[in-house]
Design a protein around this ligand. Structure first.
Ligand SMILES: NC(=O)c1ccc[n+]([C@@H]2O[C@H](COP(=O)([O-])OP(=O)(O)OC[C@H]3O[C@@H](n4cnc5c(N)ncnc54)[C@H](O)[C@@H]3O)[C@@H](O)[C@H]2O)c1
Length: 326
């Protein structure tokens, strides 16, 4: 089976390419490298540099590679930026995604696994957040992902597209060769790594007055390899369950300060930090219930302690202080 991975030069997409090829799948990648890195995609994998919503490019890829299924990671992903520039998010995460679905239809490709997010839920009314939790996004990033989930459902009903929407909570960690090399690092663990590597003076912790134990935001961290394995399982289940969504996390929440302390424990170094104001669009607590994925997909995350996840991330940043050297 040949799979097209959109955003396959990015953080999670590149790890997924590695895991998919390990499972014996043939893979092609499309990425415009706005965040991704050519070095993250092994030589020998067909690589198309360009916009995943470009119809001509899609026709070329589907024609040349005989694509049987799509894993769709390409997106704009920054909550704060989406609050300032929502149009960018709806164009890239929704409009281009419709072009992708139409190209799939034109080439008789009916399988897609979609990278959705905990941000589709907004401010939780209960935790852990299961798949039945109301989806009321509080930022355009989450809204754009929810819109695409709904579009997938309508393409399923109208055109028989088989999909699984995987809602990741906070992805973290590395695969050894591949890690988080965003050009603009915004997520907590990589930012702490930059501080420890002397690339930033101090860590800003956004908000100390959330209704949590220590006043800082609480998040559920899931290792990127565990996420990638969930994609393979979801793909294998598409015939049995042709329209599904799964929340993917560890089911445990850690506050920003707990993450900082764990980084200090793992590295033996002190992290200089200070409180800054809340960031727009950040919910207080996001913790997943992944019971459905565990039960239906037989998904069993291997990295289930924060220490293991943080150690894996730190190891990568320590070995690749300049990311992919770009
Ligand atoms: N990182 C997380 O914690 C997290 C959590 C929830 C959901 N997600 C979702 O997972 C997916 C991957 O996230 P990531 O952290 O690996 O981000 P990333 O930025 O590293 O990966 C996205 C990739 O898509 C590419 N891309 C973006 N727009 C494109 C376009 N129009 N055409 C072609 N390529 C394009 C980028 O260059 C990048 O390589 C995203 O859809 C994101 O919304 C991530």
């Amino acid at each position: 089976m040949t799979l097209l991975v959109t955003g396959g030069a990015g953080y999670i997409g590149s790890v997924c390419v590695e895991v998919l090829t390990g499972h014996g799948y043939d893979v092609a990648v499309v990425d415009n490298l706005q965040e991704g890195h050519r070095e993250a995609v092994p030589e020998g994998i067909p690589f198309y540099e360009g916009n995943y919503g470009d119809r001509d490019l899609l026709n070329r890829i589907f024609g040349e590679c005989a694509i049987d299924g799509v894993l769709h990671f390409a997106a704009d992903t920054k909550v704060e930026e989406s609050m300032a520039d929502p149009g960018k998010y709806f164009r890239n995460n929704v409009l281009h995604g419709i072009a992708l679905l139409d190209a799939m239809r034109a080439h008789d490709c009916s399988r897609i696994i979609f990278s959705s997010t905990a941000a589709t839920f907004g401010e939780p009314c209960y935790v852990p957040v299961d798949e039945g939790h109301p989806q009321v996004p509080v930022n355009p990033y989450g809204e754009s992902k929810l819109m695409y989930e709904r579009i997938l459902e309508w393409y399923h009903r109208a055109h028989g597209i088989k999909y699984s929407a995987l809602r990741y909570f906070n992805a973290a960690g590395a695969s050894g060769r591949l890690g988080d090399a965003h050009r603009k690092i915004t997520l907590l663990i990589p930012v702490v790594a930059q501080v420890l590597l002397g690339q930033r003076e101090t860590l800003s912790i956004f908000g100390n007055d959330y209704p949590t134990e220590d006043g800082t935001c609480v998040r559920d961290y899931i290792h990127v390899i565990d996420l990638a394995e969930a994609h393979v399982l979801a793909l294998e289940k598409l015939d049995e369950n042709p329209h599904s969504c799964y929340n993917l996390g560890n089911g445990k929440g850690f506050s920003n300060l707990q993450v900082v302390r764990t980084m200090e424990e793992v590295t033996g170094m002190k992290v200089p930090w200070e409180f800054a104001g809340r960031r727009a669009g950040d919910p207080a607590v996001l913790i997943a219930s992944s019971e459905r994925a565990r039960k239906e997909l037989d998904w069993n995350p291997r990295y289930n302690s924060l220490k293991a996840i943080v150690s894996s991330a730190w190891e990568w940043h320590r070995r690749h202080p300049e990311g992919y050297q770009i």
